[in-house]
Every structure is written in structure tokens, then in C-alpha cells.
Design a protein around this ligand. Structure first.
Ligand code: URA
Ligand code: CA
Length: 433
């Protein structure tokens, strides 16, 4: 087989066989196929697309390019949740103990990542003593006994995706549905998921800015999952404004605890119940989404979800008293109110800018080497659709530096107050095929 023939075949709009796709991925990872040929094929795929069989084959070729985590020692159907990423997305911290409380095993492998705030692990490390460096057998035992554990990313997962994603990044080929969908799904499958729930974000703070693009990506990923034997569902949720009220590491942990207590922000609570219901159904712990939702609500009301979270913290060395004493979490020195300059309704809170403002305070990382400040961030006191009086606080800045003029300037560009109200949509679509 020759790479040049594969490139020309795709360039001319024909479907590649599984053997051809495997030849490309294996050759690219082991260095036989150079970057210039791989980038040429990526561009051909960008223009000519891939059919369902090609997408499934590409996904599995990337899965098989590296280690695949074996979770078979864990009892039950392992359902993983993936979010395409947003601002102040606290859902995993709430979902993990919540679905565990109704019997769904959560064996979560997580990274730190770059972005406006840290990843799930950074947020959990706001808890004194909490750690994710646990051995595999301990991890398995914790999930079997308590249904939930989080471990740091290890092993060499999907090296083909790492190499190809980096190449796409500099060759104008990131924005291709078959390439994005196979990239995301390969990582989930390599991490050992039996079933997958996808939270595809849409809006200014999302990777996909329009509903049409988000829908196309969601359909593509759901079909790949189902075609390779992993039951998959997706929801498309709004990321025009940040999710919940908190953006920051310890601040989001606090928000997660409030939500587990039944006192969380309305949108975060609703999203968690929607995603959680799908996870419970996929794990066969309920027959219908309605039955699953009722179980989850019951776990919040009874305190079972919160107890599950406490046990999870203790199991991983953390101080669980923070659940009832949030003042023990890292606190920023300064709390600065950002006041409304006029009265009216909040009609715009640009997610991406507010994320950048949090990052300027030190809540996130630009490069892997950056330190993050777990205490800092932003808490929204008003969300889209809320009425506000001139001089009222729109949000509170939690900062460890006194001068935040740069942050204020960023926020000035991010918030709109108008006379005519708007009502935001949280869940745009549910996609099952
Ligand atoms: N996120 C991924 O993991 N892969 C892509 O290709 C795009 C976004
Ligand atoms: Ca939040």
C-alpha cells in the first residue's frame, strides 16, 4: 500500500477502506509516513468528509495506536461523561458522586489541562490532602466499594490522536467534523468507557459556536460510539453564558457542594439532572429518563449524594470537613464587587471573555508549566435574564491582587444590560442517533 494512493483516493472523494485507514494511522505513529503526507490527507478529509464506516475505522485505529485502559475488574457498566469544554463547567464534580449514589460506577481518569480554570483534578485539589496518585488496584477497589474514584491520567493513550491533533492545529484542519469526532471518541474509548454521555456545548464560550455545528458534531460522535459498540447519547447545552455562578477552582468546588446539597444554581442543577439521567439509563440503573431523574433527585434530597461525595474525599486522602466548613477552602484576599453602570436586564454575559478575566486573575493555565491560584475567580451575582439596578453588584471578583483594572476592562467588554429582557435556553437538543 502507498500513502500517495490513499491521499489521491480521498482527494477525489472516494471512501477509504479500514485497511487503508489502519495503514495511515500505524505508519504515521511509527514515523514511516511524514507530516506532509499526513497533513495532505487531513486536508482531503476536511474537504471530502468521511462516511460512517470510515469515521468508525479512524476512531478505532487511533484507539489501537496506544494503551487501552481495561476496566473489566470494575463491576457494572462504566459510563463516562465528556464535555467539549466551557467556562465554569462544574458538572463533573457534581455528577460523579451523584450518579454513584444511585449505583452507577464512576471510574474517572482526568487531566489537568489548559484553560480558563484548571481541570477537575485541580478543582478537587482545593481540598487539603486530596490526591489522585493512586495505584490501579486501589482505584479498582475504590470504585467497586464506593462507586466513585478519580485517578490522574497515566499510560500512553491515543498517541495517534496527539500527533495528528498537533499537526491539524498548524495546518488548518482542526475544524473538520470527522476529525474532531474521531479525536474525542478515541480518547473516551481508550479510557475504558462502555457507554458515553456527551455534553456538546454551543455558544460564545464553546468550541462550536453555532447550534448547527454543535448538532453536526453531536450526531457524528453518537454514531461513532454506537457503531463501535459503545452506547452513546449527547445533549447540546448552552455556553453563551458561563454555567452556574462560579468560575474558578475552589469557587467551583464550593458550587458543586451547594448543588449536591440541593442549593445550587438552577442551570447547573438542571444540566446535571439531564446528563445524569442519561448516565443512569445507559448504566441500566433505570429504564426511562424520567425514572432516572427521580432517583437522582431523591439522592440529593436524602443527602445520599452528599454522603457519597464525603466518602470519596476521605478515600482519596482529603479533608471532608470542608463540605460543612467551606471557609476551610482556599480563600482570596480581596473580594471586589463589579457594579452595574445602568438599570435594566442582563442580556449578554460573554462566556469566553469572562473565562479570560478569570484566567487573568490566575485561575487557569496558558501553558502546562503555569501555576494556578486555586482561590481566585469570579462569582456571577446576575445571569442572563436577571433584572438589575444601577450600582447593584453584577459579579464578585475574588483576587489575590488589589489592582484588577485589567480584569475590569475585560469585564466591561463582556456584559450587556438592556431594557428588553431575553430568556436563555439551557438544553438545546438531546441526540440519541
Ligand atoms: N477536541 C479534541 O479532543 N479533538 C479535536 O479534534 C477537537 C477538539
Ligand atoms: Ca460554574
Amino acid at each position: 500500500m502507498r500513502m500517495i494512493d490513499i491521499i489521491e483516493k480521498k482527494r477525489d472523494g472516494h471512501a477509504l477502506t479500514t485497511e487503508e485507514i489502519n495503514f495511515f494511522i500505524e505508519g504515521y505513529v511509527n514515523g514511516d509516513i511524514p507530516d506532509y503526507q499526513a497533513s495532505s490527507l487531513a486536508m482531503a478529509i476536511y474537504f471530502q468528509d468521511m462516511n460512517d464506516d470510515e469515521r468508525a475505522a479512524l476512531t478505532m485505529a487511533m484507539v489501537n495506536s496506544g494503551d487501552v485502559i481495561d476496566l473489566s475488574a470494575i463491576n457494572g457498566i462504566k459510563v463516562d461523561k465528556h464535555s467539549t469544554g466551557g467556562v465554569g463547567d462544574t458538572t463533573t464534580l457534581v455528577l460523579a458522586p451523584l450518579v454513584a449514589a444511585v449505583g452507577v460506577p464512576v471510574a474517572k481518569m482526568s487531566g489537568r489541562g489548559l484553560g480558563h480554570t484548571g481541570g477537575t483534578i485541580d478543582k478537587l485539589e482545593s481540598i487539603d490532602g486530596f490526591h489522585v496518585e493512586i495505584e490501579e488496584d486501589t482505584f479498582v477497589k475504590l470504585v467497586n466499594d464506593n462507586k466513585v474514584a478519580v485517578v490522574g491520567q497515566s499510560g500512553n493513550l491515543t498517541p495517534a490522536d496527539k500527533k495528528l491533533y498537533a499537526l491539524r492545529d498548524v495546518t488548518g484542519t482542526v475544524n473538520s467534523i470527522p476529525l474532531i469526532a474521531s479525536s474525542i471518541m478515541s480518547k473516551k474509548i481508550a479510557a475504558g468507557a462502555d457507554a458515553i454521555v456527551l455534553d456538546v456545548k454551543t455558544g460564545s464560550g464553546a468550541f462550536m459556536k453555532t447550534l448547527a455545528d454543535s448538532e453536526a458534531l453531536a450526531h457524528a460522535m453518537v454514531r461513532i460510539g454506537n457503531n463501535v459498540g459503545r452506547k452513546t447519547m449527547a445533549i447540546i447545552s448552552d455556553m453563551d453564558q458561563p454555567l452556574g455562578r462560579a468560575i474558578g477552582n475552589a469557587l467551583e468546588l464550593q458550587e458543586a457542594i451547594d448543588t449536591l446539597k440541593g442549593k445550587g444554581p438552577e442551570d447547573l442543577t438542571e444540566l446535571v439532572l439531564t446528563l445524569g439521567s442519561q448516565m443512569v439509563v445507559l448504566a441500566q440503573q433505570a429504564e426511562t429518563l424520567d425514572e432516572a431523574r427521580a432517583k437522582l433527585q431523591q439522592a440529593i434530597q436524602s443527602g445520599a449524594a452528599l454522603d457519597k461525595f464525603k466518602q470519596f474525599i476521605i478515600n482519596q486522602g482529603g479533608d471532608a470537613t470542608i463540605v460543612d466548613h467551606p471557609e476551610k477552602l482556599p480563600q482570596a484576599t480581596y473580594q471586589i464587587e463589579y457594579q452595574a453602570q445602568q438599570s435594566g436586564y442582563v442580556t449578554q454575559l460573554i462566556s469566553n471573555n469572562i473565562g479570560v478575566a478569570s484566567m487573568m486573575l490566575g485561575a487557569g493555565r496558558l501553558t502546562k508549566e503555569d501555576d494556578i491560584d486555586l482561590a481566585v475567580g469570579i462569582v456571577l451575582n446576575k445571569k442572563i435574564g436577571d433584572k438589575v439596578e444601577q450600582g447593584e453588584s453584577l459579579l464578585t471578583i475574588h483576587s489575590n491582587r488589589q489592582n484588577v483594572d485589567d480584569v475590569l476592562q475585560k469585564l466591561d467588554e463582556s456584559i450587556t444590560i438592556s431594557n428588553n429582557n431575553v430568556s436563555p435556553t439551557l438544553i438545546h437538543k438531546i441526540i440519541t442517533d
